[in-house]
Design a protein around this ligand. Structure first.
Ligand SMILES: [Zn+2]
Length: 235
């Protein structure tokens, strides 16, 4: 019966190795890094949009300034012509032209003022987003370090457990290890367990008094198994 005790140690190492593999696959640090990266990508995308809108508003202002320059040139030209014209009808026509150009310039000025406010707003958004990206990059850097540290810790534990496994298995009969491997490969729950009172620690079901008594009667050389889940039992 006691022959199974070292096998139980081996099973516990294998269980720990399996848990480690699961932990490595589901590291919280990996999720944190992914979340931080997603948030930063959102900021970057938003910044691209703001930059485009800012550039468009600035371009509109430039266009308005060119248009206003044309208006001013026209007004100056008509004003000059007005000085030399005597015919009232022509003078009236020129005055109308001046009024139209002045109205256009005034409308352009109003639009430019609106656009300047828009530019100011986008400038603020741009600064804010750039600051957020700087901060987020720091968070990403920290998360990257945290993930590397967590992976390194898991890998060290894996090395330690594998060393322990080699030592433990070198003290167990090769035939017994083969039986253990055969059983282990067919199941997801532990292939070797002990009893806590009457409860099998592999399937967590209780054994009856009769079943317990039968296990105690097993002769040397035979391996006790759980009547419920078929694992080897250290009794
Ligand atoms: Zn069981």
């Amino acid at each position: 019966m006691t022959a199974l005790k070292p096998l139980l140690d081996l099973q516990q190492i294998d269980t720990a190795l399996l848990q480690l593999k699961h932990r490595l696959a589901r590291l919280e640090e990996r999720t944190n890094l992914a979340t931080a990266t997603t948030v930063n990508n959102g900021f970057k995308k938003e910044l691209i949009g703001v930059n485009a809108q800012l550039a468009a508003a600035k371009k509109d202002i430039e266009t308005l300034e060119v248009a206003n320059h044309k208006c001013e040139t026209s007004i100056a030209k008509y004003a000059q012509q007005l000085k030399t014209i005597i015919a009232p009808r022509e003078a009236e026509a020129l005055q109308n032209e001046i009024a139209t150009a002045t109205a256009a310039r005034s409308a352009n000025d109003d639009r430019e003022l609106e656009l300047l406010e828009v530019v100011e707003q986008f400038d603020r958004q741009q600064t804010e987003l750039n600051n957020q990206i700087v901060k987020q990059n720091e968070i990403i850097e920290q998360a990257t370090h945290a993930l590397s540290a967590a992976i390194a810790q898991c890998e060290q534990s894996q090395i330690d457990l594998n060393t322990k496994r080699t030592t433990t298995s070198s003290n167990i009969d090769a035939k017994l290890i083969k039986l253990y491997d055969l059983k282990r490969n067919k199941r997801t729950t532990p292939a070797v367990a002990d009893l806590h009172r009457a409860t099998c620690q592999s399937c967590h079901l209780d054994l009856s008094t009769v079943e317990l008594a039968a296990l105690k009667k097993i002769v040397d050389g035979e391996l006790p198994e759980c009547p419920n889940c078929d694992c080897y039992l250290v009794v």
